[in-house]
Design a protein around this ligand. Sequence first.
Ligand code: TYM
Length: 331
Amino acid sequence: MDIVVSGIRSTGNLHLGNYIGAIRNFVKMQEENHCFFFIADYHSLTTHPTPADLYDSVKSVLVEFLACGLDPEKATLYIQSDVPEVAELYLLLNMNAYLGELERCTSFKEKIRTQPNNVNAGLLTYPTLMAADIIIHKAHKVPVGKDQEQHLEMTRTFAGRFNRMYHVDYFPEPVAYNFGEELVKIPGLDGSAKMSKSENENGAIFLTDPPEVIRKKVMRAVTDSGPTQHNQPKPLPVENIFLLMQAFSEPEKYTYFNDLYNRCEIRYGEMKKQLAEDIIAFTAPFREKIETLSGDTDYLGKVARMGAEKARESASKTIRDVREIIGFKGM
Ligand code: TYM
């Protein structure tokens, strides 16, 4: 049976990109694998949340995990900071992670650009913490969206380096996984190539957004003044709307609007109205469950405790082995 590990950062609510790129696959994978899915709250500290915001975000992601269909009886659902063994493995991996390779990481370079006043060491070593998350359970497969591809490559580098350095065959080299398909990237409504919670909130639709907010965001999505020639290639923001329609609407609707575009008869307003209604229908069941679960603090506590216990059991075994391999044998 494959061991599957993946996580979601606790910086705000989950959006459609998180769902399609990751969570939808978590739900499928939990049926036939040994799965560990966690809320990456250590990672969220790179953005310096207040204690109250940190707590609220972790709670809302846990609620959203459950509302999306993750089953704490089938998969181990846990909060990263409940498993301090992860922090120890992070420390150990950092000893063999080099400045050059960390600085070359695309997500780090992007952070230098977007938050030049907060380029902290946690951002630089983000990939080693992620590698620790994954290899602490000796994972084989990691269901993630396309933006995490490079981090997975680095995870394999760190796992392989550990094995070679200590002449062991201990850590498997895990792969980013999407059922044999290309990894997914859901675009933003603001013309950006990736829907993201941190860059522009209006570019993202959250699972918790009520229908009127979804309508407003979709109707405001960036487009252009329309094609002037038949079968003209679509500029990025327009392509994005079509990609979203491909993900959330019936195929016939996509074909209908695509044909209109190719004949220069498209009315974006009409297309966006349709897309908004389809997204509202898609997210409705999640919204209902989120509302019901949010108030059930007892149940959420039980799920988190059960997950922490199972995750620590697996993580502490790895840490025992790793300490032994490295040479911390005790006196
Ligand atoms: P995060 O929280 O940014 O995103 C969580 C998951 O959602 C996917 N995703 C997307 N997929 C498709 N289209 C999008 N627009 C989109 N936006 C986000 C991400 O690819 C990811 O799978 N570093 C990770 C969290 C993490 C992790 C891990 C993941 C920490 N440790 C170990 C896997 C394994 C992150 O920030 O994801």
